[in-house]
Ligand binder design. Structure first.
Ligand SMILES: [Zn+2]
Length: 89
């Protein structure tokens, strides 16, 4: 499959009851995405998709994979302002 974030080569390494998939991307690493959000993500431009992934990473629980779900879509601009000067120069 194509990575839903960067469009590069990626594969699904796990999937749970049609609810979410775990994607392994050589660029973005491993992350989960709820299947209902695959469509939403594909409609964003690449910069916005990376912001959503970044938000998911910041929201993730230690020891668990980042999960792209509703909260990551709701607040990416908050994370952008908090991290400006660190990651977005
Ligand atoms: Zn990727």
């Amino acid at each position: 499959m194509k990575c839903p974030v960067c469009g590069g080569d990626a594969r699904i390494i796990a999937s749970s009851e049609n609810k979410s998939v775990t994607v392994r991307c050589s660029i973005d690493g491993d992350f989960e995405i709820a299947k209902e959000h695959l469509d939403t993500l594909s409609k964003l431009n690449m910069g916005a998709r990376h912001l959503v992934l970044n938000a998911a990473i910041l929201l993730s629980v230690p020891g668990r994979l980042p999960r792209i779900s509703a909260p990551a879509f709701e607040r990416p601009s908050d994370f952008l302002s908090h991290s400006s000067g660190l990651c977005f120069e």
